[in-house]
Write a protein that binds this ligand. Structure first.
Ligand SMILES: [Zn+2]
Length: 406
């Protein structure tokens, strides 16, 4: 399951203004020759491809092909090499050139793919102990090699969705997750452009583990929502999600300071979910307050904070109850620290918490896990008893429309 941490907060809101992928626009023009190809190819009908960074800074890359394959140099249609199923190929960096099984290839990259387009659906390759769908692209980057999995969006989602949400959860929740993950992937394409690919395999983007992660129930949810994405004003949204809101999701401006019309505080079936607790000494707390506020308050005497009410904002709490700031009063003065800062310096699961000072200890009791923006995964699981995935998505991403891109 995804554990969205502070890094996501740093996602620039500017990415939201990106429009739909170029292929999607092209495709929506109903190119006749393309639809003919779709009929012939059946399951291989058009869909966007994603470049996922698999290995970086390698001097050599070993790949075992799981099907008849060919190795193509960039810019050439004539294979450098053909391979039988389960055959191994080694690509090495040799100055400004590549060596494919020892043979010098003057190109910046090679692609190892199914020998024929008709075999592409079943083609797999193994590298670094993992098995992947798609084609392997080995790229010369400076004097080292990068391995990229060039994979179709739906094939990518077969692996990502069960990594992000347990596949045995209610199917409507998993379908909502599939649409959110698809939207996130397509909207964030090019995030790792400078490294030569679109997305990485970690929580920084979305967790991708190749075919070993795939589960029948989540693949069913991917197939049932094929090509479906969320748009606002016809643009892909930044479909953020998190583990558990704790009782209510959050308005984007209360996390980032910038307002996104579709990231609004939304109610949950249950409140006070995923409770957590942390204790630090009053001395530790006073030190941390000093470090973050640059004020020495002396000995910590009192903590000022409003009581938690879901759906009711106060000066120091947002409408979802998340902490805007806490006031610390000491023997030498007072200081305010923001909820985001406290979450960071104390390593808290969320900013939905209440602090109290008792017998020289600061007890922090909180709920939820994550930034609280967009879809709450545990929340979606709870709503799945009464809403279908479309209604769940409309609940967490307000004012958006479901759009089938392909
Ligand atoms: Zn990434």
């Amino acid at each position: 399951m995804r554990k969205w941490v502070a890094c996501l907060v740093a996602i620039t809101l500017a990415t939201n203004i990106l429009s739909l992928p170029a292929e999607a626009k092209h495709h929506s023009q109903a190119d006749k020759s393309q639809s003919k190809t779709q009929q012939v190819a059946g399951k291989t009908a058009w869909q966007p491809e994603l470049k996922v960074g698999v290995l970086q800074n390698q001097s050599a890359v070993n790949i075992v092909v799981r099907g008849k394959a060919q190795v193509l140099a960039a810019g050439s249609k004539k294979p450098v090499l053909t391979l039988a199923a389960n055959e191994k190929v080694t690509i090495k960096a040799d100055g400004k050139h590549l060596r494919v099984n020892g043979k010098k290839v003057t190109a910046s990259s090679v692609t190892i793919q199914a020998a024929e387009a008709a075999l592409a659906d079943k083609f797999r390759f193994t590298a670094g102990g993992h098995d992947y769908r798609g084609a392997a692209v080995v790229m010369l980057k400076g004097s080292s090699l990068t391995l990229i999995d060039q994979v179709r969006a739906e094939d990518y989602l077969y692996s990502v969705v069960p990594e992000e949400m347990p596949s045995e959860w209610p199917q409507e929740a998993v379908k909502a997750q599939a649409v959110a993950a698809r939207t996130f992937a397509l909207q964030n394409r090019g995030r790792h452009d400078s490294q030569g690919y679109d997305l990485c395999m970690s929580t920084h983007c979305q967790v991708y583990g190749g075919t070993a992660s795939e589960k029948a129930a989540s693949s069913k949810a991917v197939d049932a929502t094929r090509g479906e994405t969320l748009v606002y004003n016809n643009k892909l949204i930044n479909a953020l999600f998190h583990t558990d809101s704790g009782g209510m999701t959050e308005n984007s401006e209360d996390v980032w300071g910038s307002r996104l019309p579709y990231l609004r505080a939304a109610t949950e079936v249950h409140t006070h979910t995923q409770p957590w607790e942390k204790t630090v000494t009053a001395e530790q707390m006073a030190r941390l307050v000093q470090q973050s506020s640059h004020k020495d308050i002396g000995k910590l005497k009192k903590i000022e904070q409003s009581a938690l009410h879901f759906g009711k904002a106060s000066g120091d709490r947002s409408v979802s109850g998340r902490v805007r700031h806490v006031t610390f009063i000491g023997s030498q003065g007072r200081a305010e620290v923001t909820g985001n800062k406290l979450r960071e310096i104390l390593g808290l699961k969320s900013t939905l918490f209440t602090m109290s000072l008792k017998n020289g200890s600061v007890i922090i009791k909180g709920y939820g896990w994550g930034h609280g923006l967009g879809l709450s995964q545990n929340g979606a699981k709870a709503w799945a008893g009464q809403k279908d995935y479309k209604a769940i998505l409309a609940h967490y991403y307000q004012g958006t429309n479901l759009k089938k891109l392909y």
